[in-house]
Design a protein around this ligand. Structure first.
Ligand code: GRF
Length: 201
């Protein structure tokens, strides 16, 4: 049984999609053992607790330095005995020590078809604003392994979503979540948990 630790920062709809997929049997042989948020107000923490999953907040504000925060974050993830770390709307820049420790065992969901609209500064609504500004007709989401770069790690899954006339960044963000993120993130976890992809040693 793959023990999954989910790192979040906000609403946690991707976390919810994972929990639902486990309940529905769409993710086999995996459980969410812990949820960690950098933001004490994240609704994702509430979602975890409703499912009886230990949920903790490790906020940079609780620590004197960035290094101390990074150490605490890594310690919390290690304590959770994660086989797989899932960044589900996690806005923390992951420290290098953690990237090294969890190489090939940490995945991220990004709301575009990488390499479009990704990298530093492309997060949240900004991604969809830029996609609309550029006038692309198709966008989507990507699940990738995390490496030292921003959105540069090996791609695991992608799913395309059509841009429609009259889309606002908010409307497009919602469609990308519903049609792509909530589908491919659970699917990626299921693949990893069942040895259907490379990456996990
Ligand atoms: C999603 O669009 C995700 O791709 C991005 O941030 C959003 C998080 O949403 N990184 P949620 O917290 O899972 O609801």
């Amino acid at each position: 049984m793959l023990n999954v630790t989910v790192l979040v920062s906000g609403g946690g709809t991707n976390l919810q999609a994972i929990l639902d997929a486990i309940e529905e049997g769409k993710i086999r042989n995996a459980r969410v053992g812990a949820v960690i948020s950098n933001n004490p107000g994240a609704y994702a923490l509430e979602r975890a607790r409703k499912h009886g999953i230990p949920a903790v907040c490790i906020s940079p504000r609780q620590y004197e330095s960035r290094d101390a925060f990074h150490e605490a974050l890594l310690a919390a993830v290690e304590e959770s005995q994660a086989d797989l770390v899932v960044l589900a709307g996690c806005l923390v820049v992951i420290p290098e020590c953690m990237i090294r420790t969890y190489r090939g065992r940490m995945i991220n969901i990004h709301p575009s078809l990488i390499p479009a609209f990704c990298g530093t500064g492309f997060y949240g609504l900004k991604v969809h604003e830029e996609a609309l500004k550029r006038g692309v007709k198709v966008t989507g989401a990507t699940v990738h392994f995390v490496d030292e770069g921003t959105d540069t790690g090996p791609i695991l899954l992608q799913k395309a979503v059509e841009v429609q006339k009259g889309d606002t960044p908010e409307i497009l963000q919602r469609r990308v979540m519903e049609q792509a993120e909530w589908v491919i993130l659970p699917q990626a976890i299921d693949m990893i948990a069942n040895g259907e992809c490379e990456g996990l040693a």
